[in-house]
Design a protein around this ligand. Structure first.
Ligand SMILES: [Zn+2]
Ligand SMILES: [Zn+2]
Length: 516
């Protein structure tokens, strides 16, 4: 297959003499199979030059496909200027991550609203089909693809493409899950291991490498990788070649040369290069080398609200962390529910069958790993409740042993929390549609009604005392409102609520519990 880079810059376009060699346009890649299938991967400002070439050189009418990793501006700003969309007779399929409530089409239309652009998405002359993706497998003509969520403060999909006997993986934007791994001081495990499996055996890995390991401590949580980590990952996953991309807008061409010279000293046997604008790469078939992934789930599973997950439980005592999570939950219209201790929490989970639990792990005050162990021992956990632990540090070995699904490491932003919530809600929803939910059940499931618990998790009273002390230090009116609401909701109202009522009440509780 043939690949051409049309945009290699990250975050914001940076044209000018200091970036002339590696390019100033943001993410855009053209991929063509030997049979001629055209796939554009991301459509940042680099998409403008690609569009000009397609209009000039390609046969008419034009058929093409676009894979969107996520809808941050640097990956979609070329779409309003993508000329083939405005030509009648052309046909395009756009693939990208589905939100919990909004579709890919709705999000893309947002950047072409009246205030931002003079033409709306509906006014494009070409026939455009939109494909909302969750994790899983799909196909575009002769190309087999699989999609997997990356670690970024927006719901982001990485893509693995197999065609003509070769495999290419695109992973932008992505930050290592374990921060110590980003600094080169940890083994690849947990969610980072899943990411390594996703790229395993690729003939070409195109990966976010916006930072260096030295710069990373200042950029924790920004959602990007140090180049040194990418090389280590590629070595571990037996990748043949690596194209570093999503170059930092502050890194000029000379700095790029120094970066690539530095990482090449330790990259053997992987061939590493820094992608530049205009670069063409032929990816040849390598028989016996491709590690074919066998996906159970379909990436185009229609996860509609009526079939979406039913509940989220939240037990986070740390004020700052719970504030960020509460903002994220409110943004997704998610409600709250209280439980008093691990036993109470287990009963609530068994009764309500939530799709996700977000709980503290702050030993000795709160034992999230202990709760996770307890959940995994329950007969009703046969499908594996998603459990995200909020902690100061990731304890990967203990987490894997307990069946922890994911970690939110403090400090984290509301955007990061929201992305983690979306990721696990959609994973659970698509898994349940594929596996556990009978076809005739789909209409009978309640609409998306996600709850989170109040801030109590400890199996003893010490956490309650800490919480009460913190509440006492805040506005007493808020504290008493919160207690009353939680008590009322948890003890009296929960069993009689309606979706509308619980949503409204949940919003009130979330506001009260997130007050700093
Ligand atoms: Zn980006
Ligand atoms: Zn991004």
């Amino acid at each position: 297959m043939r690949i051409q880079f049309w945009g290699t810059r990250g975050s914001i376009a940076k044209p000018g003499p200091s970036t002339a060699r590696y390019g100033g346009n943001t993410s855009c890649i053209e991929l063509r199979s030997a049979r001629g299938t055209l796939v554009v991967i991301d459509c940042g400002t680099g998409g403008h030059s690609l569009a000009q070439k397609l209009i000039t050189d390609d046969a008419k009418p034009l058929r093409g496909n676009i894979l969107i990793s996520h809808t941050h501006w640097d990956h979609i700003q070329g779409i309003p200027f993508f000329l083939p969309f405005f030509v009648c007779g052309n046909e395009w399929d756009i693939y990208g991550p589905k939100g919990v409530r909004e579709s890919l089409r709705e999000v893309l239309a947002g950047q072409m609203q009246y205030n931002y652009f003079p033409v709306t998405l509906d006014q494009c002359g070409a026939k455009i089909r939109y494909h909302d993706l969750v994790e899983g497998a799909f196909a575009i003509d002769d190309i087999k693809l699989s999609a997997r969520y990356l670690n970024h403060p927006a719901l982001t999909l990485g893509y693995r493409l197999q065609v003509d006997g070769a495999t290419v993986v695109y992973a932008c934007d992505h930050e290592p899950h374990a921060r110590m791994l980003a600094l080169g001081d940890a083994t690849i495990a947990g969610q980072d291991l899943r990411h390594a499996e996703f790229i395993d055996g690729a003939d070409l890995l195109i990966h976010d490498a916006q930072y260096t390991a030295e710069e990373y401590p200042e950029k924790v949580g920004w959602g990007h990788s140090p180049a040194e980590y990418v090389v280590k990952l590629a070595q571990y996953a037996r990748v043949k070649r690596v194209a570093l991309t999503h170059h930092d807008p502050l890194r000029d061409d000379d700095a790029m040369e120094r970066l690539i010279a530095g990482v090449r000293q330790h990259s053997s046997p992987v061939d590493v290069f820094a992608a530049f604008e205009g670069q063409v790469v032929e990816v040849a078939a390598c028989p016996g080398r491709v590690a074919s992934r066998c996906e159970e789930l379909q990436a185009e599973t229609p996860v509609e609200p009526a079939r979406a997950p039913r509940a989220v439980l939240l037990g986070v005592a740390d004020t700052r962390a719970s504030g960020a999570v509460s903002v994220a939950l409110r943004a997704e219209s998610i409600c709250t529910q209280a439980f008093l201790n691990i036993d109470d929490g287990l009963r609530a989970i068994a009764k309500d069958r939530p799709s996700l639990a977000i709980v503290d792990h702050d030993p000795p005050r709160t034992d999230g790993i202990g709760l996770c162990h307890a959940i995994r021992r329950q007969a009703w956990d046969e499908h594996g409740l998603a459990v995200v632990l909020v902690a100061e540090q990731q304890n990967e070995d203990a987490g894997v042993a307990a069946g922890v699904s994911d970690w939110l490491i403090k400090p984290f932003t509301a955007a990061h929390a929201r992305t983690t919530i979306r990721k696990w809600l959609l994973r659970t929803a698509s898994k349940s549609i594929k596996g556990a939910v009978p076809a005739d059940q789909e209409q009978r499931l309640p609409p998306l009604r996600v709850r989170h618990t109040a801030k109590s998790l400890g199996s003893d009273r010490s956490l309650q005392r800490v919480l009460q002390k913190r509440a006492d230090q805040r506005d007493p009116a808020i504290s008493s409102d919160k207690s009353a609401l939680l008590w009322m909701y948890g003890r009296e109202i929960a069993s009689f609520d309606t979706p509308t009522f619980s949503k409204k009440l949940g919003e009130i509780i979330a506001r009260a519990t997130s007050t700093p």
